[in-house]
Design a protein. Structure first.
Length: 175
């Protein structure tokens, strides 16, 4: 899987954290809102393709099980991400060098919330199912332990937070 074209997403569902690496567009939870925004801006947008995203125009807590089962080919174990980060870490000068490994979105199906944190692209936390909340926040460092435990973060190994170390390297380099 080409990590340059795909993004990493962290998902909380049934009190478990799962990891996915896939095309970004698959994680725009309400494609109707996204499509309507283009239409309102004067663009012609084709009708929803029923083969796209397993036929789901909106992904929410009701169809989460079906969606995540359908996404199983894109699920990635956190140890795979951890190993890749550990291999690249010695030659990495900042987070920017390995940003493709880090999640850009945290989808919490349990609480109907989404957090996005990325440097460019579609504002994924804006296109949400009815009743959901979204925010742009550094969930990797700011979410509490009960929502996103350190034990589930692939960049935390043996008490070392590689993300914090990368951020420190980057800050030191820019001074």
């Amino acid at each position: 899987m080409d990590t340059e074209e795909n993004v990493v997403i962290a998902v909380r569902f049934n009190n478990q954290i799962r990891w996915f690496q896939s095309e970004r567009d698959l994680w725009i939870l309400d494609s109707n809102q996204w499509r309507n925004e283009f239409i309102n801006a004067g663009y012609h947008v084709p009708e929803f393709d029923q083969h796209y995203r397993f036929g789901l125009k909106v992904v929410n807590e009701v169809n989460a099980t079906y969606f995540l089962e359908s996404m199983c080919e894109f699920e990635i174990h956190k140890d795979v991400l951890s190993l890749e980060l550990i291999q690249k870490f010695p030659d990495t000068t900042s987070w920017w060098d390995v940003q493709a490994l880090f999640p850009i979105m945290f989808v919490n199906f349990d609480a109907c919330e989404v957090a996005g944190f990325y440097s460019e692209g579609v504002a994924m936390e804006r296109y949400l199912p009815e009743g959901w909340k979204g925010e742009f926040i550094d969930f990797a460092t700011e979410y509490p332990e009960d929502i996103f435990p350190s034990s589930e973060k692939f960049w935390v190994n043996n008490g070392s937070d590689l993300l914090a170390l990368l951020n420190a390297r980057g800050a030191k380099k820019s001074v």
